[in-house]
Write a protein that binds this ligand. Sequence first.
Ligand code: SAH
Ligand code: SF4
Ligand code: F3S
Length: 476
Amino acid sequence: MEGNTKNREVFVSPEEIKKQNDFSNRVKTMISSRFGINQPLAFVHTYGCQGNVSDGERIKGMLENLGYGFTDEIEKADLILYNTCAIREHAEDRIYGNVGAIKKLKRANPNLIIALCGCMMQQPRVVEKIRNSYPFVNLVFGTHVIHKLPELIYRVLRTGKRVFECPDSDGVIAEDIPVHRDTKIKGWLPIMYGCNNFCSYCIVPYVRGRERSRMPADIIAEAKELIALGCKDITLLGQNVNSYGKNLDCDINFSKLLRMINDLEGDFIIRFMTSHPKDCTKELLDTMAECDKVAKHLHLPFQSGNDRVLAEMNRRYNREQYLELARYARKVMPDLSMTSDVIVGFPGETYEEFRDTVTLIEEVKFTSLYTFIYSPRPGTKAAEMPDPISREEKGRWFKELTDAQEKIAGERTALMKGKTYRVLCEGYAKEGILNGRTEGNVMIEFPEVEGRDVLGEFCDVLVTDPLTWIVRGELK
Ligand code: SAH
Ligand code: SF4
Ligand code: F3S
């Protein structure tokens, strides 16, 4: 399908990508004269969401092109790179802790390059702190210049000076970046970047720029590449995949894209995240029901079950609209597994309002929930709101919610006993015990059977022993 974007300037030009390839070659030469026959090693660690993990795979792809190999042992690394997340305060604190701890490695190896990138580095207050308090960090770059990594490393090597490149931007789309994938069984496929929603608690729109969609042809090409690699589980990524295509001027939306990927040859399943309830349409739910390769699993974050809190969060749907979507989804897909994200203790939330969240999960019966205590993010609207409830009190509500969910999850997995599920075998839980996920995203463990090599393959597993969060079974 041909496609044009209404705002072509979001695409990084082929000339710029070529320029980066030239830098790549120059760095490669510099590195080989510095390291001789020994391959330099990079330790790369990504925090945060799958979108960030996908960026990490592109960062590793570029590093590989520069001549780096990879190590999980940080002491052996010649380059350490943390791809950071800013979603909650805890995520940021962990990074400061990690970076503080690598100072001693730099003392032992003055040639060590330390680099920080990702969402934290789009916040000027963080960049200032790194600049002033962590002088041993060599390179800091933001989310909008990832494709310039060869040039940035070149500047570090060439000048020996610290490099900071964190421009404020509405965001770009860079195609034709090499990708280093850690597993070939499951693949991350970004279909769009950024977010326009400005939920009042959330930092993402500030650090990731405006919503922009990749061209259908680029997505299909990457999907084909994944399938050819043997990938059996493709997850389409975006902060709000339901609004895919809105900045493109071709006849496309998320449902149409799903159908195009569903029509590709091969034995694989398609997942997607994240769906925003305000843009989740019945057309999309019908499409999910009709497409045989689309997993019957819907991650649809509701955040709160109370209408006043939802309005304060700027979510732009209410409880009843959410419940109506859930009911319709289960009507067209009776076996649908639903998961969600929830925030406990949003500023001003009362206990009674929090209870609406508990009754909502009891009504929908989610397979699992990602639950978070509200964390103020400087610069967001909610961070300015009065927040009188103590952390201890929020902790008690949090426990009440997770206890309720534990009961629901236990009841749901109990129903799986005696049934057989098609499972993609992903790896080993421990020696002799394989694991994988059902289409509904439930983790399942089962003993290996001699003579049957199912790793990376779909197989049928009979559930014998359902636990709360995972189930155990045996190969059929
Ligand atoms: N785009 C996705 C969410 C991405 S962030 C969506 O709209 O659903 C993942 C989750 O982190 C959010 O769903 C929310 O539950 C949580 N989250 C985001 N900001 C937060 C904050 N300031 N404090 C606590 N949790 C937060
Ligand atoms: Fe954050 Fe809301 Fe955008 Fe999700 S939709 S990334 S919660 S602003
Ligand atoms: Fe974190 Fe950035 Fe993702 S803030 S959740 S890594 S978009």
